[in-house]
Write a protein that binds this ligand. Sequence first.
Ligand SMILES: *[C@@H]1O[C@H](CO)[C@@H](O)[C@H](O)[C@H]1NC(C)=O
Ligand SMILES: *[C@@H]1O[C@H](CO)[C@@H](O)[C@H](O)[C@H]1NC(C)=O
Ligand SMILES: *[C@@H]1O[C@H](CO)[C@@H](O)[C@H](O)[C@H]1NC(C)=O
Length: 429
Amino acid sequence: MARWELLCFALCSCLGTAWAATLGVVYTEGGFVEGESKKLGLFGEYIDIFRGIPFAAPPKTLEDPQPHPGWEGTLKAKNFKNRCMQMTLTQTAVRGKEDCLYLNIWIPQGRRQVSTKLPVMIYIYGGAFLVGGGQGANFLNNYLYDGEEIATRGNVIVVTINYRVGPLGFLSTGDENMPGNYGLKDQHMAIAWVKRNIKAFGGDPDNITIFGESAGATSVSLQTLIPKNKGLFKRAISQSGVGLCSWAIQRDPLAWAKKLGEKVGCSSDNTTVLANCLRQSDPKALTLAYHLQLIHLPAPLVHTLALTPVVDGDFLPDMPENLFANAADIDYIAGVNNMDGHIFAGIDLPAINRPFGKVSPEQVYELIEGLTVDRGEAGANATYNIYTQAWGDKPEQEVIKKTVVDLITDYIFLVPTQWALNLHLKNAR
Ligand SMILES: *[C@@H]1O[C@H](CO)[C@@H](O)[C@H](O)[C@H]1NC(C)=O
Ligand SMILES: *[C@@H]1O[C@H](CO)[C@@H](O)[C@H](O)[C@H]1NC(C)=O
Ligand SMILES: *[C@@H]1O[C@H](CO)[C@@H](O)[C@H](O)[C@H]1NC(C)=O
């Protein structure tokens, strides 16, 4: 503390006035940052909020993230930055920017002193690896992923991070020309930045937890399995998603790179040519080249999620089920919600949400066939028998509809989560 601060501290204490505990300007590896010091309630508690600190340089299209070169003077970190470029809900336009690798930090402060050695929680958003942003959706100027509540209730530092999504985050030729996993690599860069810098914000770099929901939960799980994260964080929480979900890993990324390439004028069987062309294509056009079909689906919706992590033999060296030894020292919580698959079920069989909608046993069988397509007819039959066991001769529509939601919830979330927890238990130290 500077001498004038000590003096002021003494004066304020004597007068019984609250001293605004704030970090002020913080020195990070990139340079100085200045956030907002916000007063909470009447009792002299404060929270420091830093919005939009870069954890990597503005990324080049479909290239690995690179360290930020740093800045002169003091960076004002008072406003959220853009989300990473992504399609809008209507899938007809894009929002966000390619320059998007920023994070936000909330630090709860005591009444008179700034906090030290606080536990740190890093949040990774979901959105099917297609959409999302570190601050979340905005309703009436309230952000869905505002870290203030968790920070003050839990007395922890909350960090929210951006990562690339959609084609710009996950397109891959399946070889060294365009290995993919850019969004996952962004997350890793952000986690490593927090590990190196959070002490200056009053955080304990040896007490970092990563947590996330849906695609963010799957990301959390994958980050625990990725060897490059060794030692960076201690704990992980997956809320509805793990690396073992059927939708976590794209097994044929080249097919998608070619398909999207054709739409942006990059037709080539040569992956060197294809990768170079995709990198030079218009990022907006590339983002819109992928379209999620939501009516008259050719397969269950979950099987049409295409732009996801890949096994690249390097950053993600193997299929997730073979990597659990890497998570042996990490404390792990994973969970799912009742009816977690409801949104997917409602798109596959819209009748489940209509009061007078009818779902026939044949439709349930067809849905199962689609989900268990890699297990053949025997797999579909066995699954159908298990889920219809309690139906009786004339099942009510309500029973059939609930079966559809349970089945999809089990397939997309619950079963892979149980499998992941079992594998973690087997490997954990
Ligand atoms: C991290 O912080 C939590 C909450 O204060 C505490 O319970 C835990 O023991 C800490 N873990 C380590 C490794 O310091
Ligand atoms: C692919 O294109 C590159 C660059 O034009 C060329 O050097 C390479 O020989 C091509 N590979 C094949 C298998 O044709
Ligand atoms: C699956 O069930 C159908 C209808 O009961 C039956 O005709 C078919 O032989 C079964 N297939 C297998 C492989 O068990």
